[in-house]
Ligand binder design. Structure first.
Ligand SMILES: CCCCCCCC/C=C\CCCCCCCCCCCCCCCC(=O)SCCNC(=O)CCNC(=O)[C@H](O)C(C)(C)COP(=O)(O)OP(=O)(O)OC[C@H]1O[C@@H](n2cnc3c(N)ncnc32)[C@H](O)[C@@H]1OP(=O)(O)O
Ligand SMILES: Cc1cc2nc3c(=O)[nH]c(=O)nc-3n(C[C@H](O)[C@H](O)[C@H](O)COP(=O)(O)OP(=O)(O)OC[C@H]3O[C@@H](n4cnc5c(N)ncnc54)[C@H](O)[C@@H]3O)c2cc1C
Length: 620
């Protein structure tokens, strides 16, 4: 049989409503239709071809990116695409590009931190791309530690200007995407100094290059930081370096939504939390979570298709060899990744809702959910990107030697994806932010303040600290409430244990430093609980289509039980489940894999095959 026949054969056996499953994945029928239409548009346009990009030199790759960006913009205008359609188009063009930072960070920062006048001045030009902006926060010396940034913005009351300066080599801006070659403007983060006093880091809009000849303006030194990991991949982006030598900008180029400097040079802090200066990062972290399921589903799709076609060993009497997807080890490595793609998809949808909700609350001066939103976006960004990066590498191995070929699509996907574990906050640094939030929650438990939202379970910690799981047979592990309680008990116990251990240190900061590994693990347990609980909430919704809900239930069980198996030590150590119950969970997991593959031979396979339109790059 030919490869295509194997795929067709597997597809034929699907026992659920494929069209409805596509809609569940997309989020709505309308979202599915937009995605489908835009995918076809991109696939049929030769300018967007990408089968040769790993062989291009950096210069040619960059020219190719510019050509694609200009063509995309032209098509967006000609076809009058909506924001959703334009953003899908960007997704299917599938190449890191300076416009990501312009639309994804520069514009959102002005919208989120600029006052009305500033928005009216800058946004129309930015929307028409008459100016192109980047987000220049990270410096050579400091990325994670934003409070450690060294660039200064000193107010000069005589001229009503700020003087932007890079006092040291380590204060050079380093990494911003779009900065190296393209941006005309940058949203820079610098220490605000008025009358000799340092008010911490704030955002400023600075013009970098002339709008006439694109040359750097006086006092600006700017360039590209060079080749990055892998061929092709992220090298389509012009990550840059930037230095300022006493560059003067008007006072109203400081974003004044959070704090202001008056004409007299008086610093005024609004009554909004100063953390709103970090708002753009929260927005992008939420976007990154939504994207994780896309990258993961592509990798899983490639590995699944390969596993169906590939045969090794097991031939009897000259018959066909065994499809590698039939090997238990292949299934136990692949199916949890497929299940994770769906889990991340649903939690991504929920996070989008949470972000919209906090935005509305902020407009009504309700800042109460900000710490939770920060913890959720930081934690989910960390857990989903780390899992996705690991999964892409696992999928490469699942494809044997062929996975190492560029033409499999996996090396490029990996090289483009892995920096997501670092940018927009190093994943460990972000987990420690979640841990801080959890420790604060535990410390307030006795105070009468009731934990709500994703930490509501902490309010039941007395019960969770001594509850015992009631599983007696493997199939008991199929009950969502049993799974949920096990995850809650594990998360609550890990946090409470860390909090107790912190009390053994005279100095909290010292304790936090010494216990950082345990704290990061407690944060992972909390975030995995969020993902599991949002999957359960999804299953409680009305899900139409023959067999669709059933398949999602299987995926949920695979996701949760494979995590339980992987972190069995945490679950058992927390005292909620016994080693025997852990073994039963593993037994159930094995049954689920078999069920997937034998009762319903192609069901999981089909789910990933229907995502194949995502696979526009050369792949199996
Ligand atoms: C080809 C076709 C193109 C055509 C296209 C045309 C049109 C298309 C149309 C639409 C397309 C749309 C495309 C959109 C694409 C979007 C995707 C964008 C992709 C982006 C790609 C990636 C870019 C990467 C960019 C970056 O990396 S930017 C730099 C990021 N840097 C970081 O993340 C730094 C990490 N560090 C920190 O965040 C902080 O310093 C810290 C570690 C969190 C805090 O440290 P510290 O403890 O020192 O904090 P403090 O400052 O003292 O604050 C303490 C208290 O504040 C709380 N806190 C901290 N952060 C926050 C926060 N963000 N929100 C709320 N609260 C916060 C903290 O918890 C403390 O609280 P406390 O209670 O304990 O006091
Ligand atoms: C591809 C790419 C694109 C980027 N785009 C942009 C952009 O457009 N704009 C922009 O401003 N920036 C951008 N960045 C920069 C990015 O945001 C930073 O690299 C990131 O925030 C990490 O900071 P760092 O490099 O200083 O890492 P470091 O903080 O130096 O991390 C090094 C190691 O130290 C560990 N570590 C650091 N602090 C702690 C701690 N407190 N506790 C425990 N461990 C710790 C980390 O876990 C890590 O293992 C980009 C980076 C990349 C790779």
């Amino acid at each position: 049989m030919e490869a295509l026949d194997y795929h067709a054969e597997e597809r034929r056996k699907a026992e659920f409503d494929v069209e409805e499953m596509k809609i569940v994945w997309a989020g709505s029928r309308q979202a599915y239709e937009i995605s489908d239409r835009v995918a076809r548009l991109v696939a049929s346009d030769p300018v967007f071809r990408k089968d040769n990009r790993t062989m291009l030199s950096r210069k040619d790759l960059f020219k190719d990116t510019l050509r694609k960006a200009a063509h995309a913009w032209k098509r967006i205008i000609e076809l009058r695409l909506s924001e959703e359609e334009a953003s899908k188009l960007r997704f299917f063009v599938d190449q890191p590009v300076f416009t990501d930072l312009h639309w994804g960070m520069f514009i959102p920062a002005i919208k989120g931190q600029g006052n009305e006048e500033q928005q009216q001045k800058w946004l129309p030009m930015a929307y028409k791309m008459q100016i192109i902006g980047c987000y220049a926060q990270t410096e050579l010396g400091h990325g994670s530690n934003v409070q450690g940034l060294e660039t200064t913005a000193t107010f000069d009351p005589e001229t009503d200007e700020f003087v932007i300066h890079s006092p040291t080599l380590t204060s050079s801006k380093w990494w911003p995407g779009g900065l190296g070659k393209v941006s005309t403007h940058a949203l820079i983060y610098a220490r605000l100094i008025t009358d000799g006093q340092d008010h911490g880091v704030h955002g400023f809009i600075v013009q970098l290059r002339s709008l006439d000849d694109h040359l750097p303006l006086p006092g600006i030194t700017v360039g590209d930081i060079g080749m990055k990991f892998g061929s092709g991949a992220y090298n389509s982006m012009d990550n840059g370096v930037l230095r300022f030598d006493h560059v003067r900008i008007l006072r109203d180029q400081m974003l004044m939504g959070v704090s202001q400097v008056t004409r007299e040079g008086k610093f005024m802090q609004s009554d909004v939390p100063r953390q709103l200066v970090y708002g753009t990062m929260v927005y992008v972290r939420q976007k990154i979570v939504a994207d994780a399921s896309c990258a993961l589903s592509r990798a899983v799709c490639i590995a699944t298709r390969y596993s169906v076609v590939r045969r090794q060993f097991g031939s009897h009497n000259g018959g066909p060899e065994t499809q590698v997807i039939d090997y238990k080890t292949q299934q136990s490595r692949l199916f949890p990744l497929l299940a994770s793609a769906y889990a991340f998809r649903f939690v991504g949808e929920w996070l989008k809702w949470l972000y919209t909700d906090v935005t509305q609350r902020l407009q009504a001066s309700d800042f109460s959910t900000l710490p939770e939103v920060h913890a959720c976006t930081a934690g989910l960004k960390s857990v989903t990107t780390s899992a996705t990066a690991d999964a892409i590498e696992e999928c490469r191995k699942l494809c044997g030697g062929h996975g190492y070929l560029s033409s499999s699509g996996l090396p490029e996907l990996f090289a483009v994806y892995v920096p997501a574990c670092t940018y927009e906050g190093d994943n460990v640094v972000l987990l420690l932010q979640v841990a801080r939030f959890l420790m604060k929650t535990v410390s307030q438990l006795g105070s009468g303040k009731k934990p709500v939202g994703t930490i509501a379970y902490m309010g039941r910690s007395e019960h969770l600290l001594q509850c015992r799981c009631e599983v007696e047979r493997a199939e008991d592990w199929l009950k969502p409430n049993v799974i949920l309680e096990a995850f809650e008990a594990r998360a609550a116990r890990m946090s409470v244990t860390c909090a107790k251990n912190l009390n053994n240190f005279a100095n909290q900061e010292e304790g936090f430093a010494q216990l950082a590994t345990d704290l990061a693990e407690a944060a992972v347990a909390h975030v995995q609980l969020i993902i599991v609980s949002k999957f359960i909430e999804k299953l409680q919704q009305d899900i139409p289509g023959k067999g669709v809900k059933r398949q999602l239930e299987i995926l949920f069980n695979v996701y949760a039980l494979s995590l339980l198996h992987k972190h069995l030590g945490d679950f058992v150590a927390s005292g909620c489940i016994t080693p025997k119950q852990g073994a039963l969970a593993n037994e159930q997991l094995r049954l689920l894999y078999s069920q997937v593959h034998f009762d319903n031979p192609s069901l999981l396979l089909y789910m990933v095959l229907l995502l194949e339109r995502l696979l526009q790059s050369t792949s199996f």
